[in-house]
Design a protein around this ligand. Structure first.
Ligand code: SF4
Ligand code: SF4
Length: 472
C-alpha cells in the first residue's frame, strides 16, 4: 500500500501507485481543462504532486506544452536568477564489487584499468582542479569494502580540504558513494561533507534487480532507503537522481518525485538537488542496455516539468550531455553544471592513453573550464563558484525555507559575482576576463539592496588587492 511517510521502500515508492499515476496521466494527456488548471496553479511556485506532474509530462497539446516550457523558465529565473553553479567530479577509485550492467566499473570487467588514488595522488588531482579554478567537488568511488572502506573516503575528504595551492581551495566536497549505514553517514557528516548524493538508477524494483544482479547494490530496499538513513545520520542535504534510459522514463520520473515527496513528508526536508543523467555508451556495456534511451525533446520536457514540480530543488547536469543539450536545459531549470570533467581515476593530473583507460563513461562536453565559463557568460548566465550556504550553516530545512520564500537569490547573486571575480583574478583567459568584468559591472547594479551592493563593491576592490573568499 502506498504510504508517503513509510520507512519501507516499496510503500513510499509504491509500484501500484506509480502504475495508477501513469494510467491517470495517459487518460488526461489531452485534457485541456485539467492541464490549464495545473499550469495555472503551478504559477504560485509551490510545486505539484507526482500525479499532477505526470499529467504535464504526458501532455500532448502543443500550445499547452509551450506554456509548460515558458513557466519552467520563469520559475527557474524567480528562484535561481541567472547564476549557474560550477563543480567537478573527482574519481577516487574504480574498484567495485557490484555487477551493475550499465557501468564499466562492474567487477566482471577485466579489461578496464583498476585504479585507486593514494593521498599523494589526491593532492595532485586537487591541485590540478584548483589550478583550473574549481571550488566544489563531487567525490565518486565504486563500492568495495576492502579497497574503498569508509576510512579511506574520510581520509581523502580531509586531504582535499587541507590543500591550499596558490589562491586555490576546495570549499565544498559533495560525496557520491554507495548506500551505507547510519553510523557511516554520521562519519561523513562529521567530515564536513556538503551534499550526500546517491542515484537510484531506476525506481522499478524488478528492473532494478535485473540491472544489479550481484553485489550489495542488488538490495533494492537498502539502496532506496539510503537517504532516510543519511538523514538519520545528520546529513540534511541529499541529492537524488535516476539514470534516465535504464527503464521507461515515465516510471522513473514519477518515482523520483515520490522519493522527493517521501523525504519531505518523513524527514521534513526534500532533496537538495536532483540530477538528471542520461545513460551513455561505455566500455564493456551491452548496447541492448540503451534500448530505453530518451530523445533530446523528451529530456527537455522532463527537466521543465521537474522544475515546475519541485521549484526549490537544485538541478544538476553533467558533461555526459553535449553543449547544445546543456544549453537547452539550462534555461528550463538546470542550476548546476560540471565543467572540464574527467571521469577516470587520476585523469586531472595525468592524461590516460587508450590501453590505460579507467573512465566511467564517455564525456560529451570536452571543453575547458575557461571555455565553459566564457560560454555561460555569452548566454547571459553568471558562472558561480559559490559554496556559501553550507559554510554559513544554511542547510536542510533552514536552506529550504529560504528557497521556498524566494529569498535565496539575494545570496546567490552577490556570491556569484564575487566568486566569478575570484575566478577572473586567478584563472581566466584574457577574453574571459574582459567578458567577466563587463558582466560583473552590469549585474552588480541589479542587486536590489543598496547595502549589499556597496559591500560587494568593496569586496571586489579588496580582491584586486589579493584578498579572497568573501561570501553572504
Ligand atoms: Fe560500481 Fe557504481 Fe558502477 Fe555500479 S554504478 S558498478 S556500484 S561504480
Ligand atoms: Fe548555492 Fe547558496 Fe551559493 Fe546560492 S548562495 S549559489 S544556493 S551555495
Amino acid at each position: 500500500m502506498y504510504n508517503v511517510k513509510s520507512k519501507n521502500a516499496t510503500e513510499f515508492i509504491n509500484d501500484e501507485e506509480i502504475l495508477e499515476t501513469l494510467a491517470y496521466a495517459k487518460e488526461n494527456k489531452s485534457n485541456r481543462e485539467l492541464i490549464e488548471s495545473l499550469i495555472e496553479r503551478a504559477k504560485d511556485c509551490k510545486g505539484l504532486t507526482h500525479k499532477e506532474a505526470a499529467v504535464l509530462l504526458e501532455c500532448d497539446l502543443e500550445d499547452e506544452n509551450e506554456k509548460i516550457f515558458k513557466l519552467s523558465k520563469k520559475i527557474k529565473q524567480n528562484f535561481y536568477g541567472n547564476r549557474i553553479v560550477m563543480f567537478a567530479p573527482l574519481y577516487l577509485s574504480n574498484y567495485c564489487v557490484n555487477g551493475c550492467v550499465y557501468c564499466p566499473y562492474h567487477y566482471k570487467n577485466k579489461h578496464i584499468s583498476r585504479k585507486k588514488l593514494s593521498q599523494e595522488d589526491i593532492k595532485r588531482e586537487v591541485i590540478a582542479l584548483q589550478d583550473m579554478g574549481h571550488k566544489r567537488l563531487a567525490l565518486e568511488t565504486g563500492e568495495d569494502p576492502v579497497n574503498n572502506p569508509i576510512e579511506y573516503v574520510l581520509e581523502s575528504i580531509k586531504t582535499i580540504y587541507s590543500i591550499k595551492h596558490k589562491n586555490g581551495s576546495i570549499r565544498r566536497v559533495n560525496v557520491n558513494i554507495a548506500a551505507t549505514t547510519v553510523e557511516n553517514y554520521k562519519k561523513l557528516k562529521d567530515a564536513g561533507i556538503g551534499t550526500y548524493i546517491l542515484f537510484q538508477e531506476t525506481y522499478n524494483k524488478k528492473n532494478y534487480e535485473e540491472l544489479h544482479p550481484t553485489g550489495p547494490k542488488h538490495d533494492y530496499a537498502y539502496h532506496t532507503e539510503a537517504m532516510d538513513r543519511a538523514m538519520d545520520g545528520g546529513i540534511d542535504d541529499v541529492g537524488i537522481g535516476v539514470l534516465f534510459g535504464l527503464n521507461l522514463y515515465r516510471y522513473d520520473f514519477v518515482g523520483l518525485l515520490m522519493h522527493a515527496e517521501h523525504l519531505e513528508a518523513a524527514k521534513g526536508v526534500g532533496p537538495h538537488t536532483i540530477s538528471v543523467p542520461r545513460i551513455r555508451p561505455a566500455d564493456d556495456i551491452d548496447p541492448e542496455t540503451f534500448s530505453n534511451a530518451i530523445s533530446d525533446d523528451v529530456f527537455a520536457k522532463i527537466v521543465a516539468v521537474l522544475r515546475i514540480a519541485v521549484p526549490y530543488t537544485g538541478m544538476i547536469i553533467s558533461t555526459r550531455e553535449s553543449q547544445s543539450t546543456r544549453e537547452r536545459v539550462l534555461e528550463l531549470g538546470v542550476s548546476q553544471v560540471s565543467g572540464a570533467s574527467c571521469t577516470s581515476v587520476g585523469g586531472y593530473s595525468e592524461k590516460e592513453d587508450e590501453e590505460d583507460n579507467s573512465a566511467q563513461f564517455e564525456v560529451n562536453d570536452n571543453r575547458t573550464l575557461d571555455e565553459i565559463v566564457n560560454w555561460l557568460m555569452e548566454l547571459g548566465y553568471i558562472p558561480s563558484f559559490c559554496t556559501a550556504c553550507y559554510r554559513e550553516g544554511r542547510t536542510g530545512d533552514r536552506f529550504m525555507s529560504l528557497v521556498k520564500a524566494g529569498q535565496i537569490a539575494n545570496c546567490c547573486q552577490p556570491n556569484a559575482l564575487m566568486t566569478l571575480k575570484e575566478y577572473l583574478e586567478d584563472y581566466a583567459s584574457e577574453d574571459t576576463i574582459k567578458k567577466g568584468e563587463l558582466l560583473i559591472a552590469k549585474e552588480i547594479e541589479k542587486i536590489p539592496s543598496e547595502r549589499v551592493r556597496e559591500v560587494v563593491k568593496t569586496h571586489l576592490k579588496e580582491m584586486k588587492d589579493g584578498k579572497r573568499d568573501f561570501r553572504f
